[in-house]
Design a protein around this ligand. Sequence first.
Ligand code: AHR
Length: 330
Amino acid sequence: MKKLLALVLAMVMVMTAVSALADTFKVAFSQIGQESDWRTANTDSIKNDVGGHEGWELIYDDAQQKQENQIKALRNFITQGVDVILFTGVVSTGWEEVLKEVNAEEIPLILVDRMPDCINEIEYAAAFGGDFVEEGRRQTAWAGEYLKAQGRGDEEVNVVIMEGTTGADAQVGRTKGNLAGLEAYPNMKVIAQQSGNFTRAEGQALMESWLKSYDKIDILIAQNDDMALGAIDAIKGAGKVPGKDIIIVGCDSVKAAFDAIVAGEMNATIECTPLYGPFVVDAIEKLQAGETMSKTLLHPEEGVYDMDGGIDLGTVVSVKAADVIDQRQY
Ligand code: AHR
């Protein structure tokens, strides 16, 4: 009798566990990789907020910078019958077929960070990402205004632009913005423009090669902070003083860039927030409540941080990094 009771109890426990699993709301996230401090903070934000949400299970896939891995992951998510898919694409092209497969299964899609170029051809529930063109414009405009503030507004200066992963929405947008921003400063001449793939190691290698090829580099525009930090090592290695001999403007506003600015080795960083966890949680809760959301790509409010503050870029005025370094979350 005792054995029978134990068996019944065990069966009830297994059935409860199985039905709890079936009830779990599955949120799948196809992440690009781990190329930068920004990316780590972005992954953590979504893992903490979505993965930590009661009743939700986060299924996470790291594509290691490969589009084919992301396509495979999206198809796996479909097979697993997940309830929502969070997606950011390593590059902007080549997604239409697989995202239409997601649409065909009626799995709500939330676009985060980098947008696919087929955004107008697919269905999605919500979209959150940086204003990459404006970030790029702010980078070069900051350098132009800084030179003016230093009384160097008429000086002919040589600029190098270190781009992110070729074909990524962030690279395409920031490059467009970098060049548009330069139009107001005819004294700033671009002498080189190449990808450092958004990584510290490639940023360092590219800067080393530029320092060998060009005698006079006055300004480095690095499309993310990791590449700027790698370049700082290269500049020091070449016996030059980063932040003085070469003006360095990064993007993202990660903690390590704040440290470099406070140490006087980097001049400015344009913010691009990776903290999308709260946006995504809010969107999924709305989906669960049956609410529809705006299709407009929502950009979080972002700042500009530098050595002294007070550089006016029209849409934003820079803030002294040392004054707010203690408040940084990433
Ligand atoms: O898409 C956002 C960009 O991707 C960040 O600026 C960069 O650091 C990251 O790799």
